[in-house]
Design a protein around this ligand. Sequence first.
Ligand SMILES: CC(C)(COP(=O)(O)OP(=O)(O)OC[C@H]1O[C@@H](n2cnc3c(N)ncnc32)[C@H](O)[C@@H]1OP(=O)(O)O)[C@@H](O)C(=O)NCCC(=O)NCCS
Length: 167
Amino acid sequence: MAFEAEAGAALLIREGRREDLPAVVAIERASFPTPWSERAFRSLFARPDAVLLVAELEGRVVGHAAAWFLGDRGELADLAVDPSVRRRGIGRRLLGEVVGVAAERAAVELYLSVRVSNVAARRLYSAAGFRVVGRRRAYYRVPREDALVLGLEIPRPAPAVDDHEIR
Ligand SMILES: CC(C)(COP(=O)(O)OP(=O)(O)OC[C@H]1O[C@@H](n2cnc3c(N)ncnc32)[C@H](O)[C@@H]1OP(=O)(O)O)[C@@H](O)C(=O)NCCC(=O)NCCS
């Protein structure tokens, strides 16, 4: 898509900072019936196991992703894109960066929960290689709905070529 190429040039994915939180919370409120609070996002900064990424388009924060890692498992806990710029590849870019962070942190699997009815997110995750690994009955309360648990195996980075092996 033409815009995606354009956005690709202007789109920056970077770690979130405190000053990004008002924009992050506005996107969160426009995206979920029970959005995370600014305090919930702020608490991520104090957690070495957690990461908050933001997508910046022409200087404006337009999306975010939050994930945390325990042992060799990661959980994508939050992903949202500003409704005004959806369907332009920004969610896919954020997701790709989270997978990259998972690989850097030596995670072997990345998990997430998604509403059964959330077709947009399910397509995004499925195209990225996530598979359904479970279902949590009535996991979401407002409105009440099952969650699908999706998992992605994180590819191991190719080992560095060792001089001794190729002699
Ligand atoms: C899910 C969400 C993050 C996707 O962000 P996005 O930037 O619009 O997604 P992308 O443009 O990167 O789309 C990537 C792919 O996802 C799928 N997709 C995204 N939105 C879709 C929609 N409305 N309908 C169907 N498929 C959709 C498509 O396969 C799309 O690829 P394509 O455009 O080449 O067909 C966004 O819709 C959102 O913020 N939703 C509300 C919050 C949410 O549900 N978060 C996920 C919680 S688990």
